[in-house]
Design a protein around this ligand. Structure first.
Ligand SMILES: Cc1cc2nc3c(=O)[nH]c(=O)nc-3n(C[C@H](O)[C@H](O)[C@H](O)COP(=O)(O)OP(=O)(O)OC[C@H]3O[C@@H](n4cnc5c(N)ncnc54)[C@H](O)[C@@H]3O)c2cc1C
Length: 447
């Protein structure tokens, strides 16, 4: 039940993390203002501030469940707009190391839709909340504090239509402005230490094209995911979208650049471990031009390790941890973090930043270990050492190989990569026995 015992929260950034934070804040603050630089479209469309929306966006079942909890009716609304639902293993072809994981019904529902459709559904639900205002077309310029700099009390914004600059007073400012967040710089300007950063150097490139598809090309499947296999730097994902379309994202790491022009794009798709993506590209009719994306590094900012932090200020979403997008974790983690924020808003004096950051960090540990662990196993990828783990790449390779024939193992694996179960679930006695590893020797590095 809504409490509304505080005045105003201001959210910086009106993308997935900002919108989900706003919906949670709306239960505790009389008014919530979401500031967004873009002029937001009223229907599903691309926008400048979210260039990543032009590439495949898988929505993991746990993220979908959390968004449905936060915004009841979200899934039905998305389906009414053309989103497709299916089982995360029964309706997805997961080609790992060139072999298809055994397809089976897990009961975990995945949603397949373009990123603009997903974001529009969330935004519409947020707009229906009477005490939330979305101030679009406004650039966030900075934050304001009390004279002693111990508390953040406002955000300064400028309108893109010549409205000039103004100050929005706030009891709480929540930065959800994504990878380019200026929170570390603001902290430094205020005399606080900025967070340390864990940086993974992967040199990732995406090239994406959308196609009109003949009916039935995907069969009953929503996605075809072809991961890179040892020694190879290429992967691809084909996604069935609303409107009888398919989106195909081809990826390369460590300097491998998937080409964008149609002929070379098609030829690149043909070099993937299995021909499914190539066949989808060949069957489709190209719609519009290609889009590319480059991500030399991805970063986790360790706010939880800071000794001192102003009250009245939080940082969420990609502004804290921007994952390697191939693992499809960002929106799900944003939903989980918004849920954690709800718990921290119960504190009578408002959320304590450092205890919130500690909780957020615990949520980030598993997806970070999965993504960074898999990437750091590739020679040439640079990054911080991960805590020792018995989930070595050899063990996971054996597990994946066994999961090609074993539906229970495939389910156990997908539940972990979907962020439903913790990675430790893959070390249960049953999973180890099915993998042919009844005992796991002394902890080894995740690499
Ligand atoms: C190529 C790519 C593919 C991805 N694929 C997936 C996927 O398959 N599945 C998945 O779950 N996640 C995926 N992600 C991650 C996902 O998009 C993000 O985790 C998710 O959008 C949450 O991010 P965010 O809201 O924190 O930041 P963003 O989505 O980056 O949004 C930041 C918002 O802040 C606004 N903003 C920034 N600066 C200012 C300013 N100064 N003033 C006003 N507004 C400002 C921007 O306009 C934008 O709206 C992918 C990311 C990338 C880059």
């Amino acid at each position: 039940m809504a409490v509304h015992d505080r005045d105003r929260a201001v959210v910086l950034g009106g993308s997935v993390a900002g919108l989900l934070a706003a919906i949670v804040l709306a239960d505790s603050y009389r008014s919530v203002v979401v500031v967004e630089r873009d002029t937001l479209p009223s229907h599903p469309d691309h926008r400048r501030g979210v260039p990543h929306g032009r590439h495949v966006h898988g929505f993991l079942p746990s993220g979908l469940r959390l968004v449905e909890e936060l915004l009841p009716g979200f899934t039905a609304g998305a389906v009414a707009r053309g989103a497709l639902l299916g089982d995360i293993l029964g309706n997805v072809r997961w080609y790992l190391n060139g072999s298809l994981l055994r397809q089976a019904v897990t009961g975990l529902t995945a949603l397949s839709a373009s990123r603009p459709l997903i974001e529009t559904g969330i935004r519409d639900a947020v707009r229906r909340r009477a005490n939330v205002t979305i101030l679009d077309g406004h650039d966030i310029v900075g934050i304001g504090t009390t004279p002693d700099r111990r508390r953040v009390i406002s955000a300064r914004v400028t309108g893109s239509r010549g409205e000039g600059s103004r100050v929005l007073p706030a009891d709480l400012v929540v930065d959800c402005s994504g990878r380019a967040s200026r929170a570390p710089r603001w902290l430094a300007d205020l005399g606080y230490a900025p967070p340390d950063e864990d940086v993974v150097g992967i040199d990732l490139s995406y090239a994406t094209r959308v196609f009109a598809m003949p009916a039935g090309t995907f069969g009953d499947d929503l996605f075809v995911a072809t991961t890179r296999f040892p020694g190879q730097r290429r992967s691809g994902i084909a996604q069935r979208l609303e409107g009888g379309r398919a989106m195909v994202t081809l990826a390369g790491v460590l300097g491998e650049r998937p080409p964008a022009d149609l002929e070379s794009f098609t030829a690149y798709a043909r070099t993937l471990a299995v021909p499914d993506t190539y066949e989808i590209v060949r069957a489709g009719t190209p719609l519009g031009g290609p889009d590319t994306f480059r991500c030399p590094t991805y970063v986790r900012r360790r706010f939880e390790q800071l000794a001192d932090f102003p009250t009245g200020f939080l940082v969420l979403g990609d502004a804290v941890c921007a994952f390697n997008p191939v693992y499809g974790q960002g929106m799900t983690v944003a939903a989980a973090t918004a849920t954690a924020l709800r718990d921290h808003l119960r504190a009578p004096a408002g959320p304590d930043p450092l205890s919130f950051f500690a909780a957020q960090s615990r949520l980030l540990d598993a997806p970070w270990a999965l993504a960074a662990g898999a990437d750091l196993a590739l020679p040439g990828v640079t990054g911080p050492a991960l805590p020792p783990s018995p989930l070595t790449s050899d063990y996971l390779a054996r597990l994946q190989q066994a999961a090609v024939h074993d539906a229970d193992l495939a389910t156990a694996f997908i539940r972990v990569t979907s962020l439903v179960d913790p990675p430790a679930a893959l070390l249960s006695e049953e999973v180890r026995a099915r993998t042919g590893s009844p005992t796991v020797s002394s902890p080894l590095s995740g690499r």
